[in-house]
Design a protein around this ligand. Structure first.
Ligand SMILES: [Zn+2]
Length: 151
């Protein structure tokens, strides 16, 4: 039972970075580990830092992470923009020609506008389910330096 208790404590009690903090940081495009505005290279719109310059968290991951964030982006564009435009045209609120133009423009603009958030949200999604994988939440390993620098 001590092993189970330790596992529960690791998951719910002793997290330095809570799930709420991870969600808040993810929604505001910040590093889930340290909270810095460090996900993207300064002065760029779409260029992700390979790792957080402040805490060293690996941000750029394998292709699966990129595909996941693009799937999220596609889903948000489809559900949040294209479906409402289609419903407005279907119900007669806007003409079909207007809906086609809006859908065409939105299909290009929405993914570009949502790109940064989709990368951040996908990273947030991973750490919300596995907060113990954040470096800030890991148990100190033997040989790690303590907070005052002593080993
Ligand atoms: Zn960081």
């Amino acid at each position: 039972m001590p092993a189970l208790r330790r596992m529960v404590e690791r998951l719910f009690v002793l997290m330095k970075v809570t799930r709420g903090q991870i969600i808040a940081r993810g929604l505001s495009n910040r590093c889930p580990n340290c909270g810095g505005h460090t996900l993207f290279k300064p002065g760029t719109l779409f260029e992700l830092n390979p790792e957080c310059p402040r805490c060293g968290l690996k941000i750029e991951r394998d292709e699966g992470f990129f595909l996941g964030s693009m799937s999220l982006n596609y889903g948000v564009t489809l559900v949040g923009f294209l479906t409402p435009v289609m419903l407005l045209a279907w119900s007669g609120v806007i003409p079909v020609v207007t809906a086609v133009i809006l859908a065409g423009a939105g299909a290009i603009l929405m993914p570009a506008l949502f790109y940064r958030s989709s990368r951040s949200w996908w990273l947030m999604n991973y750490y919300v389910f596995l907060p113990q994988h954040l470096p800030a939440n890991r148990d100190p390993q033997p040989g790690d330096a303590t907070e005052d620098g002593n080993v």
